[in-house]
Design a protein around this ligand. Structure first.
Ligand code: FES
Length: 226
């Protein structure tokens, strides 16, 4: 299988496509393909020329850390959860997520996600137990990996702007539902950084690897702010 990877040596250099030949197991994941290509001491491109190892990030290889998010055959996804067997065609194309600065090859700088959360003071603080909250929903919202896939596909999100996306809306819901004294502050943050700009494409829900019910988070926060 031919594997085309969009590479970039440094944050300031020009990206370029490089092709490789993958002859490993057919039931591998995309993360496994990159590992397989990198494994050889003498890594070569599709024409047999020596090249450098492919830069990418992973920690868990089981869909938990979110580090391996990238664009695979045009679709943003986790590389460790995307299997070759589910793909059509004989070529694989891999590129870094496009809404974040590239550091090296497939490694991106997602710090804007955390900076937005920090700037809005999204932390639970003192937990106030309550019997009238939806624990299943809280648990689902707390599964967010901060992988950035929801922001990659969001038509309203652009790094540096005041719209913070689904990752932010779910964390607002989580904080507001677990610490009632913060509910009105979270409601304002949600209105300023999400509700006033969301166009409800809901592509964030399609792509979320943890299937977080963002629409339900929005419904509860919308009710709270009106
Ligand atoms: S390596 Fe952790 S989610 Fe893929």
């Amino acid at each position: 299988m031919k594997v085309n990877i969009l590479r970039q040596k440094t944050p300031f250099s020009e990206p370029y496509w490089e092709s490789f030949i993958y002859d490993g197991p057919e039931d591998n994941t995309v993360a496994g393909v990159i590992e397989y290509l990198n494994y050889h001491d003498d890594i070569t491109d599709a024409e047999g020329k020596r090249t450098t190892r492919i830069g990418w990030e992973c920690s868990c290889l089981q869909g938990i850390c979110g580090a391996c998010a990238m664009v695979i055959n045009g679709t943003p996804a986790l590389a460790c959860e995307t299997f070759l067997s589910g793909m059509k065609g004989k070529e694989l194309s891999i590129r870094p997520l496009q809404k974040y600065p590239v550091i090296h090859d497939l490694v991106i700088d997602r710090s804007s996600i955390h900076e937005n959360l920090k700037q809005a003071n999204i932390y639970i603080g003192e937990y106030q137990p309550s019997s009238d909250v939806d624990h299943d929903h809280q648990y689902a919202a707390a599964k967010c990996l901060k992988c950035g896939l929801c922001l990659e596909v969001c038509p309203n999100y652009g790094a540096g702007k005041t719209f913070y996306g689904a990752v932010f809306a779910n964390d607002c819901y989580l904080v507001a539902s677990r610490n009632r004294s913060k509910a009105s502050t979270m409601g304002k943050m949600y209105a300023d950084h999400f509700a006033n700009a969301c166009s409800k494409s809901l592509s964030c829900m399609d792509v979320c690897p943890m299937k977080i019910p963002t629409l339900a988070s929005m419904a509860k926060l919308n009710r709270a702010i009106h």
